[in-house]
Design a protein around this ligand. Structure first.
Ligand SMILES: [Zn+2]
Length: 321
């Protein structure tokens, strides 16, 4: 009996093991089938192309479309804007800060370039040297820059160098709009030499070139001992010179925009009016030591008024010759 019981128990165990094995097998088949279907769903050609094709669609549709759009819109919309500086456009977008500048007859030499490195400045100078002498070329000396900030505003700490550049750029465009080629001694916030001496030496070398029809140096004034003093002043080297005539025609235009401008054309043994071979003047646009004028000189609208006045004065002088 015991042997039969043992055998029966063994058979039961075997049967149960078999049953369990069958169940496990069936379960594994079912599971494998489910897994394979999931895997298939993820791998089958019907599903794979979806994500991959979506990605391709995104790449192939989004990339070309904006590019095409750019190509369609850039030539008419952005090309006229690209060569123009934008530094002061954003300060007052409501004002037409940029005059219409005609196309230069020399494709490589636009009438003005107002932004660039010192190397760009030197390259520009070499290009302008190639112009026939019949063209009118204005030397626009933008005072200070880089380590040499010049005069500093007493109340706002604005640097003369920054204002010289802002007004200088506007002046360059105003002159270019009149059909004059303009050379700026600097087109960014940097000095044109490693120290003050080399900076001045380089400017002097430029001023000695026989390629300019008029020279204008842009600076800001200051008189800390009397903060009530304000107004634009014009300087030239000596009386009885063409520089004096240039200075007088410029200040005449400045008087139209400011009651504080000094009507006199002052003489001064200053490098920027002494050294240029061509008729030359120095415009001190205003006093950074005067509270109101320090603020006014930072107003793009007033800066533009000054630039227009100086450009008109230079034009009047050139037309009078
Ligand atoms: Zn200065």
């Amino acid at each position: 009996m015991r042997d039969q019981d043992v055998t029966r128990r063994i058979l039961i165990i075997v049967i149960m093991v078999l049953i369990v094995a069958v169940i496990v097998l069936i379960a594994s088949l079912i599971t494998r089938g489910t897994c394979s279907s999931v895997v298939n769903n993820g791998i089958t050609p019907t599903n794979v192309p979806e994500p991959s094709s979506l990605i391709i669609d995104v790449n192939s549709s989004e990339l070309p479309v904006p590019e095409t759009a750019h190509f369609n819109t850039e030539p008419p919309v952005t090309e006229p804007i690209v060569p123009e500086p934008t530094a002061f456009v954003t300060q007052n977008p409501l004002q037409p800060m940029h005059p219409s500048i005609p196309q230069s007859p020399y494709p490589a030499i636009p009438y003005c370039v107002t932004e660039g490195t010192f190397q760009d400045v030197k390259d520009r100078l070499e290009l302008l040297k190639q112009l026939p002498r019949s063209e009118t070329v204005i030397l626009l000396d933008v005072g200070h820059g880089g380590f040499d900030g010049g005069t500093v505003g007493i109340d706002t700490n604005v640097t003369e160098a920054a204002l010289n550049l802002q007004i200088g750029r506007m002046l360059a465009e105003q002159l270019a709009a009149k059909g004059y080629f303009v050379f700026m001694t600097r087109m960014g916030d940097y000095a044109v030499g490693s120290d003050k001496n080399s900076d001045m030496k380089w400017r002097k070398q430029v001023m000695k070139l026989e390629m300019f029809d008029a020279s204008i140096s842009v600076h800001q004034n200051a008189l800390a001992t009397d903060r009530s003093v304000r107004g634009a002043r014009i300087y030239h080297y000596k009386t009885g010179t063409e520089g004096e005539n240039l200075a007088k025609t410029i200040i005449a235009e400045c008087l139209k925009i400011s009651e504080y401008a000094r009507p006199n054309a002052y003489t001064g043994n200053l490098m920027v009016v002494r050294e240029p071979i061509c008729p030359s003047a120095l415009i001190e646009c205003g006093f950074l030591s005067n509270h109101d004028e320090e603020l006014l000189l930072q107003d793009p609208n007033y800066q533009m008024q000054i630039a227009k006045a100086v450009a008109d004065g230079i034009e009047n002088y050139l037309n009078s010759k």
